[in-house]
Design a protein around this ligand. Structure first.
Ligand code: SF4
Length: 342
């Protein structure tokens, strides 16, 4: 990494031309030049804020409509009672939270919710279920839901946990556009947050999704007490997936009473913005989604996230179990910022 006269750290993106001395050193050692080394991402996160945002804007404007934001709506099709132990999640059966368990919704319920989301302007409808992974009998209902959502002319996405062999193919045949499965955090910090499944399990499901020909939606959560290096590690894992995910949700921890992460020291909002910028720079063509935690975010922070390259949001008044800004508030914010839906 070199420091230019202007004080700007000189590093390239994988598609960029400027080659810094650090990367030169790596390639001379035979390192895969297309990969994002965690130290390079850390160096990005360490940039002066204006320089980081400038770089993110440059990449963003090269690949995306700078004022266009994609709208996704997320519903929970099966809530609570999950056997996993994700430390942030109010749906884990082992934590005592206010989330009420709810059996699988009917296909009719899902169609009604999808039609309402479409009427509000959403283009993608995401269905989440609190499972370690779907059983075969669950797959039958999910496949029907995917077909029904597609028939409404919406993109369909599901997040169902770990997939067994053949399940991704079933979803692909039903017309599923995206499968969401987050890495959550860096491999080093992961064990602090989840113990009931390991990082490899997650990568294995992502590979199944990719092999089935379904677009990958994969991101993580920040604000869980991780270091800046761990945030760089998460971004590095995502950016080095080959190819990187088409959709990258960056979530801010929503602290829910009764979960182990409740009471975690709050993250500086500018660190969240920096993480968005790093995602944008390292995954230029991905849709970077400003996801959970947006309701708690002041409008000015959301505006900075859009400036840093976020170009997708969850839209509607509820995420899986936590709140989200009402559609009307989002419309007002879009007007204020001159944003439009894509
Ligand atoms: S995040 Fe998903 S897998 Fe983890 S406890 Fe919650 S519902 Fe279960």
């Amino acid at each position: 990494m070199s420091q230019s006269a202007s004080g700007v750290v000189d590093m390239e993106t994988p598609s960029g031309e400027a080659v810094d001395s650090f990367s030169d050193k790596l390639s001379s050692l035979g390192a895969d030049f297309r990969r994002w080394d965690v130290r390079r991402i850390e160096a990005l996160l360490d940039l002066p804020f204006s320089d980081l945002i400038h770089r993110a804007q440059q990449v963003h404007r090269q690949y995306h409509d700078p004022n266009g934001v994609q709208l996704s709506t997320l519903i929970s099709v099966k809530t609570g009672g999950c056997p996993e132990d994700c430390g942030y999640c109010p749906q884990a059966a082992r934590y005592h939270t206010n989330v009420e368990n709810q059996d699988m919704l009917t296909v009719e319920d899902v169609v009604a919710a999808a039609a309402a989301a479409k009427a509000q302007g959403a283009t993608r409808f995401c269905m989440g279920a609190a499972w370690r992974g779907p059983r075969e009998r669950d797959m039958k209902s999910v496949v029907e839901m995917v077909r029904a959502v597609k028939a409404l002319g919406l993109e369909a996405c599901t997040t169902l946990g770990m997939l067994k062999p053949g399940q991704a193919e079933q979803l692909q045949e039903a017309g599923l556009d995206y499968y969401n499965h987050n890495l959550d955090t860096s491999p080093e910090f992961y064990g602090e947050i989840i113990t009931t499944r390991d990082y490899e399990d997650r990568l294995d499901t992502l590979q199944k999704v990719r092999h089935a020909g379904i677009n990958v939606c994969c991101g993580g959560i920040v604000g869980m007490g991780e270091s800046r290096r761990a945030r760089a590690g998460l971004i590095g894992q995502l950016a080095n997936l080959d190819p990187y995910p088409e959709s990258v949700p960056i979530n801010h921890l929503v602290q829910v009473e009764g979960t182990p992460l409740h009471g975690t020291e709050a993250l500086d909002p500018l660190e969240f913005v920096r993480t968005i910028a790093a995602a944008r720079i390292t995954m230029p063509k991905a849709m970077v989604r400003l996801s959970a935690g947006r309701r708690e975010m002041p409008e000015a922070v959301q505006a900075l996230c859009f400036l840093a390259g976020a170009n997708s949001i969850f839209y509607g008044d509820k995420l899986l179990t936590t709140g989200n800004p009402e559609a009307e508030r989002d419309k007002a914010l879009f007007d204020k910022l001159g944003l439009h839906s894509i």
